[in-house]
Design a binder for this molecule. Sequence first.
Ligand code: PMP
Length: 411
Amino acid sequence: VFEYVTRAPDIPVYAVMVAYREDPSPFKLNLGIGVYRTEEGKPLLLNVVRKAEKLLVNELSANKEYLPITGLAEFNKLSAKLIFGADSSAIMENRVTTVHCLSGSGSLRIGAEFLAKHYHQRTVYMSQPTYANHPNFFVAAGITVKTYRYYDPTTCGLDFQGMLEDLGAASSGAIVLLQTCGHNPTGVDPNLEQWEQIRKLMRLKGLLPFFDCAYQGFVSSSLDADAQPVRMFVADGGECLTALSYSKIMGLYAERVGALSIVCKTADVASRVESQLKLIIRPMYSNPPIHGASIVTAILKDSPSIVTVILTYREMYGEWITELKAMTNRITSMRQQLYNALHDRAIPGDWSHITKQVGMFSLTGLNAEQVAFLTKEYHIYMSSDGRINLAGLSAKTVPYLADAIHAAVTH
Ligand code: PMP
């Protein structure tokens, strides 16, 4: 009965990963997939995560019973606080509903499904370009995907005018997907004054903001500063959605832990919204897994209900911030080192965007042909749009990449 199933195309980012794995060259370099790497090129399991896991095994894991449909309640509260701030009036007024989902992807998918069922507008606008999986979450829910201008290839920076024009021309009430900080794939974020203009325009037109927060703390290494765009929208009293991911910021990729929040106008609306989210989640996977959310909860918890022999909760939070800062600082240092190396080689072109861009990614400005050259001649892997993951670099590999870019640009 399945003879007629046609082969689906490979998913580009995974195809790059497979090609890298199969390359026998000792010089090969993977700048494709968006995961953090240490200076030695290794995956990083945060020490604080190890400690939280020990704590769970030794003291907290009384059982593995099902969680409620909306997940671990304490995790939801802490996640809302992380994005909206400890003093958020929306939280205090119970206008926010937060559900524990399968990481950022699951939060976006559940959010899209909720909007398809309960929101009057079935069009979403997303930046051009955006994270490759973004359109899929909405298309799968039956929502029409359109784009707004965002990236200016001539400056490798923000096309702010284009963005405002396209949002200004968007159909009233449309959903707008925004990346809170550390934009994937461009590394280009609006500044706070620009965010304020975006906010005013969107509120004027009744556009609904849906924030993807996958890199909070990966830009300024201040969780509060990085969440500022979201908080500006929440402060005006209007609605918004947020999809929070712990994949990158706690290195919990495979635990699939994240949270969808929906900020409403009143507590009553928020509780009705939550009741509908349950109906969406129940037939999909019934309830989320407990382990990852328990790790996050142990780390974020700020009132030590028990003081353990390992660490108090407050210390764990501090330790996380230290490790988060170390990741962010290493990425920033890679930006500077790469820029210096490109500059030293007097490679044609202005490479200052490498240090102006922020977060884990840089859209280098290399074209598909130059990327193919880098892969063929230098065994350097990245997506064909020229996006590199700066965390895939180290002091040792930066000169090799700069030599390769020199050859790609001048050959
Ligand atoms: N949003 C953005 C912008 C991302 O870059 C990613 C992961 N690369 C995700 C969401 C989803 O990641 P996860 O499902 O692991 O949270």
